[in-house]
Design a binder for this molecule. Sequence first.
Ligand SMILES: Nc1nc2c(ncn2[C@@H]2O[C@H](COP(=O)(O)OP(=O)(O)O)[C@@H](O)[C@H]2O)c(=O)[nH]1
Ligand SMILES: [Mg+2]
Length: 167
Amino acid sequence: MGVRATEHAKVSFIGLPAVGKTSIVTLLTDEKVIENYQQTIGLNFGFLCVGDYEVSLFDIAGQNRFHFLWRGLTRGSKVIFIVTDSTPYNLSETKKLVEKYANIPSTTFWVIANKQDLPGALSPREVEDFLGLKTYGMVAIDPKRKAVMSQILREAIEEHFLRDKSN
Ligand SMILES: Nc1nc2c(ncn2[C@@H]2O[C@H](COP(=O)(O)OP(=O)(O)O)[C@@H](O)[C@H]2O)c(=O)[nH]1
Ligand SMILES: [Mg+2]
């Protein structure tokens, strides 16, 4: 009987305040959904298993005063999800974050175009074209999206490890 090695994967969520980072981590780890906005102070953690991977989720506060923490807190991430609320204003601000942070060679950067339920939300395709990174749409407050979000996480981790091994 072989014992399968478990690999550890750190996955971080960054993005501007109130775009839904904590809601996504909550959707992935709990059944309950956050209704009242509570600002993240510094960092929240989540933990779950995805296939053979033990995954730590780092949900990092988005306010300007926390940006100095981002480099340190995201260090060693296999995957970093950049979360946007899919509004044109948020997207142009998010583009600046992408230019500043989405340049770590050994990290997979994907985008979550959250709040797809709100009127005027840009489509995942529009977000992808604008930011130049693979993008998935999401509604983080909809518990029915849990399976889809889990699948996105799984694909990002698997793609990362596949790419890593082919190097
Ligand atoms: N309409 C809508 N509201 C959302 C969605 N995701 C999060 N929210 C709400 O947006 C607010 C900020 O969410 P939160 O996860 O705390 O954002 P964070 O600051 O990025 O961690 C909360 O009031 C959430 O309930 C979504 O997909 N659609
Ligand atoms: Mg938060």
